[in-house]
Write a protein that binds this ligand. Structure first.
Ligand code: C5P
Length: 325
């Protein structure tokens, strides 16, 4: 029997499988501080979850295994580098048990696209395995495990719209009216996040472009105007305030992204931005009709592999179904 999670029936005592959905993110604003001694950068960012998602099913099994289907499935690593596998192992170790679980991952989020696809899988696997194994972990502890798996994983657990500080793992909720309508331009091939950060550091050190480090004592923060546009639900203002410090580095590594951004803005977007470390680009529009219109134009431009319409804010990792044995 499969029970939707929102029913208030008594939960079955023994579960054999759990399915969890987790959303992709975009960064509405991303300011990168200095490189830290641990290899990460301090950030000031606004995370925003959108309605593109991956789905993970975990099933009791003797051995830990992973199967992947859906879009670009062949591009996802199947070994111990996979964030879903690492999430299951980390939680099992924390609980002092074997990680015997069969993980089936259905990809809907572009792979290596700057939209936290791997982090969403890690968040979904943590939630799914915690439910399967009846682990009553306090939220704080779950978030600590999430941060150990990656800087974006804590946000993928909570979803919505949130301020991120530290390396992205320190979160505070943000009031964001909505829905916000997005058109996503998907690229052929991914970009490596460490490579984009390295290019960013190189450009900043050599004084390329407008990049400059925040001065001593200058707080690494998000502009109040952007937060008020979010609160007021004003897409025109928000569109003009979207910003990503990593964008120039991503465009330097993948010059065609410049054309994609141009095509989106020429096509009527209120604002356009590279998602995280790229190469996906996100365009904000005023409503559903504008989204369909811009998606058609971008698809016809010849500069993108595929387009998707999405809305935000979307939920964090949530249980879709539990199956009792
Ligand atoms: O945390 P995560 O494993 O997702 O980060 C991947 C890479 O991105 C890091 O190894 C680092 O090179 C870069 N990164 C960074 N500063 C951050 C987040 C990520 O330099 N705040």
């Amino acid at each position: 029997t499969t029970t939707p999670h929102h029913t208030h029936e008594r939960l079955p005592s023994r579960l054999v499988s759990v399915t969890v959905q987790a959303s992709a993110k975009i960064n509405l604003y991303l300011r990168v501080g200095p490189l830290r001694s641990d290899g990460y950068h301090d950030l000031a960012t606004v995370f925003h979850a959108v309605s593109l998602h991956d789905e993970i099913t975990v099933e009791e099994s003797e051995h830990l295994s992973l199967e992947i289907c859906g879009e670009q499935a062949e591009k996802v690593p199947l070994d111990g580098d996979n964030l879903a596998v690492r999430a299951a192992m980390l939680l099992a170790r924390r609980l002092g048990r074997e990680p015997g679980v069969r993980i089936v991952l259905r990809k809907g989020i572009p792979v290596a696209g700057g939209m936290a696809g791997g982090s969403a899988d890690a968040a979904a696997t943590l939630i799914a395995c915690a439910a399967l194994w009846h682990a009553e972990l306090p939220h704080d502890e779950l978030m600590t495990l999430a941060a150990q798996l990656g800087s974006d994983v804590p946000f993928c657990v909570v979803g919505g719209t949130a301020l991120g500080h530290g390396r992205g793992e320190r979160l505070a909720p943000v009031l964001a009216a909505g829905p916000w309508y997005w058109v996503l331009a998907l690229a052929d091939g991914g970009l490596s996040t460490p490579q984009v950060y390295a290019e960013f550091d190189r450009r900043r050190a050599s004084g390329d472009g407008e990049l400059r480090e925040p001065g001593d004592g200058e707080p690494l923060d998000v502009p109040a105007a952007l937060l008020s546009a979010l609160r007021d639900g004003d897409p025109k203002r928000l569109g003009s305030l979207l910003h990503n410090d990593l964008q120039d580095a991503a465009v330097a590594l993948r010059p065609a992204l410049g054309r994609v951004l141009e095509a989106g803005l020429d096509g009527g977007a209120l604002g356009g931005i590279v998602c995280g470390s790229g190469p996906t680009c996100a365009f904000l529009v005023s409503d559903q009709d504008a989204a369909v219109d811009l998606a058609a134009r971008l698809a016809g431009s010849g500069w993108v592999r595929a387009v998707r319409c999405a809305t935000g804010p979307a939920a964090g990792a949530r249980i879709l179904a539990r199956t009792a044995g």
